[in-house]
Write a protein that binds this ligand. Structure first.
Ligand code: FPP
Length: 246
């Protein structure tokens, strides 16, 4: 990969106050189209942006960065594009896991990843197990993820526990639901970023976004990088979060 001048993130690194940022990485296709390139070229450039932003998240002191890589609805895309995305994800984990591990990063995959191809499931579980004992930031990749699916499986698991007499149905609270979601154990979501000008959540972290700040930028995902993340955190720092209070 080409060496790039490292942006100076020191002015935002310490005082943005965010622990957990999630990003809906949108606009790979439009990025490619503008250059008369095939869509896969946009996704490849998107992987480079993932690398830049994952490094920046560490430099900026985030505890967790969650990236929406493949939704449970993305299966509707042409089979060749699905195969391209799965290939890129596989290659990304294989090629970057050593660097993550060396930097103390914990890799988490959230979503129904167990429904993916068995060798990809093994790769994901190996990468998560290898980095689970690290103490650095968490990079969570949402794969075959849908927030409504996530809530359905959380309700099913709590209902099964209630039926087994392990918990009383009327005692189920928000903390139990938190603990039954794919994101169990991750810090509360502070900031949700979506690139490419679209302004919707597209079935991403709907429960977790209850009090997250939303940040939309016209930048296409392959053009996003450390400075863009720092700008989003700067905007976050200026928000007045009241959580329903005054
Ligand atoms: C949305 O752009 C992007 C995706 C559906 C996939 C995101 C995947 C990557 C960035 C690469 C793989 C990820 C990792 C973590 C290695 P789009 O294709 O919908 O763009 P468009 O709306 O402009 O067509």
């Amino acid at each position: 990969m080409a060496t790039q001048a490292k942006p100076d993130l020191t002015s935002v690194a310490s005082d943005h106050g965010a622990r957990h940022v999630a990003i809906i990485m949108d606009g790979n296709g439009r990025w490619a189209k503008k250059r008369l390139l095939p869509r896969v070229a946009g996704h490849r450039a998107g992987v480079e942006a993932v690398r830049r932003v994952a490094r920046a998240a560490q430099d900026l002191g985030l505890e967790c960065l969650t990236l929406y890589a493949f939704s449970s609805e993305n299966w509707k895309r042409p089979a060749s594009e699905v195969a391209d995305l799965m290939g890129l994800l596989r290659h990304f984990i294989q090629s970057d896991i050593d660097e993550f591990h060396a930097n103390g990063v914990r890799l988490r995959v959230i979503g129904n990843y167990r429904a993916l191809e068995p060798s990809l499931v093994d790769l994901i579980e190996g990468a998560m197990a290898r980095t689970a004992g690290n103490s650095g930031p968490i990079i969570a990749i949402a794969l075959n993820y849908g927030a409504q699916d996530e809530m359905v499986q959380a309700v099913q698991s709590l209902a099964a526990r209630a039926a087994a007499g392990e918990i009383a149905a009327e005692a189920i609270g928000a903390a139990d639901i938190d603990g039954a979601l794919y994101t169990a154990g991750l810090p509360p979501l502070d900031l949700m970023v979506r690139t490419s000008g679209e302004q919707r959540l597209s079935n991403f972290m709907l429960w977790q976004a209850a009090y997250a700040e939303l940040y939309f930028t016209d930048t296409l995902w392959p053009d996003f990088g450390a400075d863009a993340l720092a700008q989003a955190l700067d905007a976050f720092r200026m928000r007045d979060r009241r959580f329903g209070g005054l």
